[in-house]
Design a binder for this molecule. Structure first.
Ligand code: MRU
Length: 358
């Protein structure tokens, strides 16, 4: 089915994910820009599969999908007692946690759903199921509001007429709507700052070439795509004024896990004296992880590198190494833009303060 008009979420016509009757549906991001098809999930395992297969991707969007998936799963639980409901629900949560390892938003969402269910002891099972569904809807709506706030907080960092490099897709499609890095870009554009965006293609899934270009073009924000290996040259030619990316997990010391290729962009930005900003909700910060080296980095299959758009391009049997994320040490990060304000080095203290603020 082709997606039709829906609520405004930053990309005008296309929502990322929503409840559809008793099902959850999401735009199949593997098919953008050729098609905007719905992918329907009827059970929590369909959601796990959708996350693993990149139907839905981007840290905050994965978190929301996990929340909706668990509400979907809860709906199918047959249990007479609270204890047996919780046992089955928590088992689903464990399964959900294994879908993808790097984005901490997944764990954040699973923990939030489990905490809500646990707090409802004494209520009927049907009431708990209904409340879990509402909670997943709240996650979606809160995320859109958080992104708008990130956009508002980050916009003053963007000079009028700036050319901004971004990596991967940290836009409406990667979130409930509006986006984190693209949220800041959207806010600057809406303020009439006459910005231009350069999007790294972001091999191997081409999130920049396909998704970021798609989103920005729909909104009339000037965007040009580049091959990943062109960024350094353009920085040296002074054709990039700043870099802004999202994050999948931020360690307690400010080290940032994000899409593979982010680290080299950050190092190049430092070498060329260009600010490198990270935009992310507080739910992406993981205070339990001391530094970036402890963040689990997903390694995906060789076929993602060797096969391009269903065509084998590398010699058959070629080995490939395919880490999906990398770690950018905090010293390369000029600032972290959150919904509660802008964090600057020393990040350990700044993160502790913001996470414990009332
Ligand atoms: O593999 P993906 O597409 O899920 O990776 C996404 C990213 O790395 C994004 O930059 C990150 O999740 C931030 S999204 C607001």
């Amino acid at each position: 089915m082709t997606a039709r008009r829906n609520k405004p979420n930053g990309i005008g016509m296309v929502p990322t994910i929503e409840w559809y009757g008793s099902h959850v549906r999401m735009i199949d991001q593997r098919k953008i820009p050729s098609r905007t098809d719905w992918y329907t999930c009827r059970g929590y395992r369909d959601v796990i599969k959708a996350i693993q297969k990149m139907v839905i991707r981007g840290a905050p969007a994965i978190g929301i999908a996990a929340g909706m998936g668990l509400a979907l799963g809860a709906g199918s639980i047959r249990a007479k007692s609270f204890g047996s409901f919780m046992k089955k629900f928590e088992r689903m949560g464990h399964e959900m946690l294994l879908a993808r390892p790097t984005a901490v938003n997944l764990r954040w969402a699973v923990d939030r759903m489990a905490a809500l269910a646990r707090s409802m002891e004494g209520h009927s099972i049907e009431e708990i199921k209904a409340e879990l569904r509402l909670e997943s809807e709240r996650m979606l709506n809160e995320d859109i509001e958080i992104n708008k706030q990130i956009g508002e907080n980050g916009e003053p960092l963007i000079p009028r007429g700036a050319t901004i490099l971004t990596h991967c897709n940290a836009g409406a499609l990667a979130t409930g709507g509006y986006g984190t890095a693209l949220g800041v870009i959207r806010s600057a554009h809406r303020k009439g700052k006459k910005i231009n965006v350069i999007a790294d293609e972001t091999r191997p899934w081409l999130q920049g070439l396909r998704l970021t270009a798609f989103e920005l073009m729909r909104e009339g924000i000037p965007v040009a795509v580049i091959a990943d290996n062109a960024a350094g040259f353009l920085m040296r030619q002074k054709r990039i004024d700043l870099v802004i990316t999202g994050a999948d997990r931020i360690a307690a010391n400010g080290d940032v896990a994000n899409k593979i290729g982010t680290y080299q962009v950050a190092v190049l930005a430092r070498t060329n004296k260009i600010p490198f900003y990270v935009a992310a909700p507080l739910s992406t910060i993981d205070p339990t992880i001391r530094n970036g080296d402890l963040i689990p980095v997903e390694e995906r299959g060789a076929e993602e590198i060797c096969i391009f758009r269903d065509r084998q391009v590398a010699p058959v049997g070629t080995q490939a190494i395919n880490p999906a994320f990398d770690i950018t040490p905090a010293r390369y990060v000029s600032a972290i833009i959150t919904e509660k304000g802008i964090l600057r080095a020393p990040y350990k203290a700044a993160i502790k303060k913001i996470l414990t603020a009332p």
